[in-house]
Design a protein around this ligand. Structure first.
Ligand code: KG4
Ligand code: ZN
Length: 332
């Protein structure tokens, strides 16, 4: 079965074509980073307008690349939440229109579920596994027991990990989104240069908190002469990153050990982080745990993961009717 995936939950307009739930025939993403960069974060109204401009050319591009037409599709999978409501409505409306016109079954996909399953685009990972989903909007820890069976273990009490990256990058004038820039600057910095605090919630060992580190970096910058800290940006980036990475790894490893699950899967934009990958591999190896990472393009928002998730639900007989609405606060 050929499935067209559509993703417009935030600031990436994406379409993908997947064959048999496994073979990616096309995966096209149009990023809006340049548009939002000037504001240091996503501006919802600009995001929806850009999705409107891009969605049809991106879908056409994906179908063309895959060498298929709408008539060949066995299903359409579209993100219907969570995300920015105006952005979600663009993808959902287009999916409904195509499904109605061509009589194609369509399903709404939960964006979080798609991140948790993205690993299956490239790796055969048996269930169960502990999944850390760290992105710009979410930091969540789940035990993924099967498709559709997600045991919530914990999540952030305040900012998401990616949001902390983006806000710290903004404080230092490094542009948006901040994760990739900080990751790259940190390579030439000393992670032990500044000791930023690692928040740990003793009563909820699987929960996270990133607002404290953000404030600590801000206080550090304010306490220094601007010329002095500007010459130390790689050290600040590396020290901040080391703290975030530690705060992500500790609950993830203890969840795997305590639940006796020896596989860990990383997901979401922050899972593309080079230091997180390196350090979790070391910590996991010491406990005989296996870690799986999607390629960077499947960590960040993409439509291949939406097509994959939709494929599984369509194959199990799920269908949505045309009353399905966008749900900005959809949970798993
Ligand atoms: O999954 P994603 O594309 O979108 C959301 O669903 O939020 O994640 C985007 C987030 C941004 O906050 C970005 O700064 C962060 O992922 N990110 C990174 C890296 N690449 C992207 N954070 C740390 N290191 C990276 N290499
Ligand atoms: Zn995402």
């Amino acid at each position: 079965m050929l499935v067209l995936g559509i993703e417009t939950s935030c600031d990436d307009t994406a379409a993908a074509v997947l064959l048999g739930g496994q073979t990616i025939l096309a995966n096209v993403v149009s990023s809006q980073d340049e548009i939002h960069g000037a504001y240091g974060g996503v501006v919802p109204e600009l995001a929806s307008r850009q999705h409107i401009r891009k969605i049809l050319p991106i879908i056409d591009g994906a179908l063309g690349k895959a060498g298929v037409t709408l008539k060949d599709l066995g299903g359409i999978a579209v993100t219907h939440g969570p995300g920015l409501v105006g952005s979600l409505l663009v993808g959902l409306s287009v999916a409904k229109g195509m499904a109605f016109r061509w009589g194609i079954p369509y399903v709404g996909v939960n964006h979080l579920e798609a991140h948790l399953l993205a690993i299956h685009l490239e790796h055969e990972v048996p269930f169960p596994y502990i999944a850390l989903l760290a992105s710009g909007g979410h930091t969540l820890l789940y035990c993924v027991q099967d498709i559709g069976e997600y045991l919530y273990l914990g999540g952030t009490r305040d900012d998401a990990a990616g949001e902390a990256y983006d806000k710290v990058a903004k404080m230092m004038g490094l542009g948006y989104p901040g994760g990739r820039v900080i990751d790259s600057l940190a390579k030439s910095g000393d992670p032990k240069a500044i000791r930023f605090p690692r928040a740990r919630l003793k009563k909820s060992p699987y929960d996270f908190s990133f607002s404290g580190i953000k404030t600590s970096v801000l206080q550090y910058l304010k306490s220094q002469d601007p010329q002095a800290w500007k010459s130390r940006v790689p050290d600040i980036a590396a020290s901040f990153q080391e703290a975030v990475v530690d705060m992500l790894i500790t609950p993830t490893i203890s969840a795997a050990v305590l639940h006796k699950v020896n596989r860990i899967v990383l997901a979401g934009g922050v899972a593309a982080n080079s230091r997180l990958r390196e350090k979790i591999n070391e910590s996991a190896a010491a406990k005989n745990l296996q870690v799986y990472f999607p390629s960077a393009k499947f960590c960040t928002d993409n439509a291949a993961m939406i097509a994959l998730t939709g494929y599984h639900w369509i194959s199990r007989g799920r269908r949505n009717d045309f009353t399905l609405n966008a749900d900005a606060g959809l949970t798993l």
